[in-house]
Ligand binder design. Structure first.
Ligand code: ADP
Ligand code: MG
Length: 203
């Protein structure tokens, strides 16, 4: 299982780095249609996760993911903390200790359903779901190509630009939310891209 612990560590490192490297971008996206804290929130959350990385990555996949989710709930804050926390915690609840690709696809859908329940939100409302759902759909359609997954995630975040926000702080702006990429969609895409980059190295 040492191999798996190394994979967990590599995944955390990659996500932590991409969030830290794009914190300013996420903040400026949130300045346009929110309160400008998304970059700081996410960076704080993943710094806390990274600070505990050795203890976290020594846990098997389900406990690892649950613990990451709990840290995100506590440390990210805002609307996105509980939502990303729910995403990771549900992945942990759904995955078996030795997950296969099919398990991951199913767990991702369950995690999205949990985020939707928590956020009372659905596709098309200019949120993180507008990245998570298209990525899940692509996987469910049997397309497990890592390159295409990353492309789908990044493209779906970009595609939130013309949408009008219906959920979250950006919804207060009504039509003025149109023309900006949703910060949570962008951070979701960055995280998925980081996961893909790591998986490509081990694949
Ligand atoms: P806050 O809006 O409280 O300042 P953040 O700035 O950290 O929190 O996160 C904002 C992001 O959270 C949005 O860009 C959006 O993607 C996501 N979000 C907000 N509300 C919801 C919701 N109800 N369902 C899904 N995602 C949401
Ligand atoms: Mg915000």
């Amino acid at each position: 299982m040492k191999q798996d612990a190394e994979l967990r560590a590599a995944l955390l490192r990659a996500i932590g780095e991409v969030i830290a490297g794009h914190a300013e971008e996420l903040t400026s996206l949130d300045q346009a249609i929110g309160d400008g804290d998304h970059g700081i929130n996410m960076k704080r959350g993943f710094e806390a996760v990274m600070g505990d990385a050795a203890a976290l990555t020594s846990k098997p996949w389900p406990d690892f993911l649950k613990a990451v989710g709990m840290t995100l709930v506590m440390k990210v804050g805002g609307a996105s903390g509980p939502l990303f926390g729910t995403l990771f915690m549900t992945l942990g609840k759904e995955l078996p200790p030795e997950p296969r690709a099919g398990d991951v696809v199913k767990a991702l859908r369950a995690a999205i359903v949990a985020v939707q329940a928590r956020g009372k939100s659905e596709a098309g409302q200019k949120t993180m779901l507008d990245v998570l759902i298209p990525v899940a759909e692509q996987l469910e359609a049997g397309n497990l190509s890592l390159d295409q997954l990353k492309e789908k995630a990044l493209g779906s975040a970009e595609a939130t630009k013309p949408l009008r926000a219906i959920r979250g702080r950006a919804s207060f702006l009504g039509d003025r939310s149109i023309g900006h990429v949703d910060p949570g969609a962008r951070s979701s895409a960055l995280m998925i891209g980081a996961v893909v980059d790591v998986l490509k190295e081990v694949a």
